[in-house]
Design a protein around this ligand. Structure first.
Ligand code: ZN
Ligand code: ZN
Length: 289
């Protein structure tokens, strides 16, 4: 039960995670693709047709590499490549928008993990998309852009293979039946357990049934072997054995029949008499002592 829930949780987390990294930057000259993550604010790349093409470049002065101040755009169709830190994500995107950038790529210089750029408050003034890249992608893109003699042309796009509607469908197709199955299985198990309980005799009821000590001389009649052996373990009774007498007057080792009634079935192993039946005392058994 707990394990299934964990698997479901993990699955949904996986789907959720893959939704967040569904964007990429492709360097057109080398055709190399770098995975990035869309910011939580501003327009999404898919809102522009066919991705977004521009020239990826860091601000010209290294002092301004964090993109916290308004700068002169180094090229037309400028996609600003800025370093994480010194000011908030939203400040970077705002000042780059004011500097004429058509998009912003924020890179992490120190850590190799993705962050979803989030900004509190009103972000409706943001008209350009922005993405986050981890350390490895940032370093690669930065070095490449510095290596290029002319501005480095890149295309920013969302991944075509896994799109939002497809993932939503995956969520419905995979998760809903799983939840359904879990529900059906749980109710089935509960009903099974309930049924099993009804088939057994309660322990406190069984222990109240009469007991007696067996004495060898009782079975003087040689033919009446029924009373001389326990029908459950098939052992002959010996002097001093403790026998449990069921309402149907059948006797067994108390240890044998107690285990049978509380763990197997509430019926006498010989005549199938229901020991829990209310009218047990009134019912005359076929075989009596
Ligand atoms: Zn026995
Ligand atoms: Zn019986």
């Amino acid at each position: 039960m707990i394990r299934s829930t964990l698997i479901l949780l993990f699955l949904s987390l996986l789907v959720y995670q893959s939704q967040l990294v569904l964007a990429s930057i492709t360097v057109l000259a080398t055709n190399e693709t770098y995975v990035d993550r869309m910011a939580a604010f501003g327009p999404r790349i898919e809102e522009t047709e066919d991705g977004l093409t521009g020239y990826l470049m860091a601000p010209l002065s290294p002092d301004l590499r964090h993109g916290c101040e308004v700068v002169e755009p180094p090229s037309d169709k400028w996609i600003a490549l800025v370093e994480r830190g010194n000011c908030s994500f939203i400040d970077k995107v705002r000042s780059m928008q004011q500097s004429g950038a058509i998009a912003v790529v924020v890179g992490d210089k120190y850590y190799n993990g993705w962050v979803t750029m989030y900004a509190p408050g009103d972000t409706s003034d943001i008209r350009i998309p922005s993405v986050f890249v981890a350390q490895r992608q940032y370093q690669a893109l930065l070095q490449l852009s510095e290596l290029f003699k002319q501005p480095m042309e890149v295309r920013m796009e969302k991944d075509d293979i896994l799109t939002w509607p497809l993932l939503d469908m995956l969520l419905v197709v995979v998760l809903s039946p799983a939840v359904m199955m879990l529900f059906i299985y749980t109710t089935w198990r509960m009903r099974q357990r309930q049924q099993r309980k009804e088939e057994l005799a309660p322990t406190d009821f069984v222990t109240k049934l009469p007991l007696r000590k067996f004495k060898l001389k009782e079975t003087g009649n040689e033919d009446d072997t029924r009373h001389a052996e326990c029908a459950i373990c098939l052992e002959d009774y010996v002097d001093g054995d403790v026998l449990r007498v069921l309402p149907c007057k059948h006797e067994f080792h108390s240890t044998c029949v107690d285990a049978w009634l509380t763990g197997h079935k509430k019926f006498c192993p010989v005549c199938k008499f229901d020991v829990c039946r209310k009218e047990a005392s009134e019912n005359t058994p076929l075989l009596s002592v």
